[in-house]
Design a binder for this molecule. Sequence first.
Ligand code: 6GU
Length: 280
Amino acid sequence: MRLDVVTIFPEYLEPLNVSLVGKARARGQLDVRVHDLRAWTHDRHNTVDDTPYGGGPGMVMKPEPWGEALDEIIESGVGEPGDGGDGAVKLPALVVPTPSGRPFTQALAVELAERPWLVFAPARYEGIDRRVIDEYAERLDVYEISIGDYVLAGGEAAVLVITEAVARLLPGVLGNAESHRDDSFAPGAMADLLEGPVYTKPPQWRDRGIPEVLLSGHHGKIARWRRDEAFRRTSHNRPDLIERCDPAVLDKYDRELLAELGWEELPGGRFGRPGPAVEE
Ligand code: 6GU
């Protein structure tokens, strides 16, 4: 997979040299190219932003440097391995990290991991002139993506997040092909539950032991315990996942535990937890 990142802070992408993504690059599984947007400016001050039309706070990134940068990067794919050699031009998907984008999820990471080439366009300031996105959306698949309901100073940290989530899904990047099968949020994982706690040696640490069942060697009991812990953690940290859960995927023990945790099956077939009665 090829990844291009166009940014005014190339140093911000240094972590792409480290750890999982860095190793995937070193092994040739990922071809990462970081570009300085200012290389496509032509004035003495390498200007990339200007004041917004219609007024308002902050600055907007100018369209011309983005247009020149993206044209040159798209053009660089012509004749590269993977364009099929059949004259069919290889085109990237454009990923624009923005707090007003669609939520980044594991399903979206899986979709992006299936693409041979991604170009990231992280913005600083108040965003990129809209005409840039509209222009490239006529030629490329464009993904405007938010990594959560909070506001960052720029999209670079989101590029790191998205890149890591995508890279670990590429064939051969994780050591063990099974490693992401039961990730929290993996499609078809334990019914969209969070993963429960994990333990390793030593068996005693500062007077704290290991849950007895994990030492029992009883695989059925261990699986049951792990599923219960996953439900407890999900109920506590992500009640929205319990509310969305399809009761058809639950067994008798799941239902008993959810009842213990205060959940009830509602007429619509979903789960809900009665809130505190509201005082008049
Ligand atoms: Cl992708 N960018 C910025 N600037 N803020 C964000 C975000 C992205 N996702 C959540 N907040």
